[in-house]
Design a protein around this ligand. Structure first.
Ligand SMILES: [Zn+2]
Length: 307
């Protein structure tokens, strides 16, 4: 959808009273706990936010599960504060993808979990990234790998992980808490935040855009989505509209880079851009992130090889 059309349809929705703040609409279960880091969403499923990718959790008398692990210090804080844990071991740790801010806490959470699950591509991508970052000695890799889907009945919940990459990386998985009607999207959505696009990690922006437009049809209208990263004012959970807002961002980014490739603008000049027009209110953690995103899109559109 073009920006103009999006604004027009947003205005229509606003007029009809259908566009309220996503968090209010999607997460009526109340705000965060006293620590400010744990937020229950629905039916024993919630989020933990400190540093790095949002941890999703399921906690009930019969089930303890974590989605992603952040960093060692925050993983310890998560394990200590997880509501209703009472020193029990985790049943499962799932990694949505290999990035360090989602897996660096594995050395803390994996030994505390009976099973450690990820898509089949994740360990190799994690190892390759750790070689570049010189962090090989700190890696703990998932031991239970799946190709398409992984499913488990846990207490009174059914959890399904599904490979949806390549998008943000080649090994992206979503984690669906089916009865709670909550889906952890990993880093498929940066909620009003400039994204990381990991070309060496197998990102595919064109497929990512298609996936975001299709994903809402796989779930229900009132499904709550958990995002790896979110703008402070918008949060790390929301509804289907956030997916389309982010798809629009990626599409505009792709169209912009494509239009400059067509007029043979040099790569170095394309990467000199410091923001995307119309997105001044989005969080840009650092300028290198946008330069890398432009480079990733450029390399994808021009067919540059992945190392
Ligand atoms: Zn990521």
């Amino acid at each position: 959808m073009h920006r103009r059309d999006f604004i027009r349809s947003s205005a229509l929705l606003l007029g009809a009273g259908l566009l309220t703040r996503p968090r209010l609409a999607a997460a009526p279960a109340g705000g965060p706990d006293e620590s400010g880091r744990f937020t229950p969403l629905r039916r024993g499923v919630g989020t933990y936010v400190a540093r790095g990718g949002t941890i999703g959790w399921l906690a009930s008398p019969d089930a303890l599960l974590a989605v992603d692990s952040q960093f060692p210090d925050t993983a310890r804080d998560f394990l200590q504060g997880l509501p209703g844990r009472d020193d029990r071991a985790l049943d499962v740790l799932i990694n949505t993808h290999h990035h360090p801010d989602h897996t660096a806490g594995n050395p803390v959470l994996a030994p505390a979990a009976a099973r450690h699950v990820a898509h089949a591509y994740v360990p190799a991508l994690q190892r390759a990234r750790a070689e570049r970052d010189l962090t090989l000695a700190k890696q703990v890799y998932a031991t239970e790998l799946f190709e398409r889907t992984w499913r488990l009945d846990l207490g009174d919940e059914t959890v399904e992980a599904r490979h949806v990459g390549p998008a943000h990386t080649a090994g992206d998985a979503t984690v669906h808490f089916q009865k709670a009607n909550v889906v952890h999207l990993g880093d498929l959505v940066f909620n009003r935040v400039y994204p990381v696009i990991d070309h060496p990690g197998g990102a595919d922006v064109q497929a990512w855009i298609r996936l975001l437009r299709e994903l809402p049809s796989r779930y229900e209208r009132d499904t709550i989505y958990i995002y790896g990263h979110g703008h402070a004012a918008h949060g790390v959970t929301g509804d289907r509209r956030d997916l389309l807002v982010f798809a629009d961002f990626l599409e505009r980014l792709r169209d912009l880079v494509q239009s400059e490739i067509v007029v043979r603008k040099p790569r170095v000049q394309i990467l000199a851009r410091t923001g995307l027009p119309g997105y001044a209110d989005w969080e840009l953690p650092n300028t290198a992130r946008f330069r890398d995103a432009l480079g990733a899109v450029y390399d994808e559109l021009t067919g540059a090889d992945i190392e």
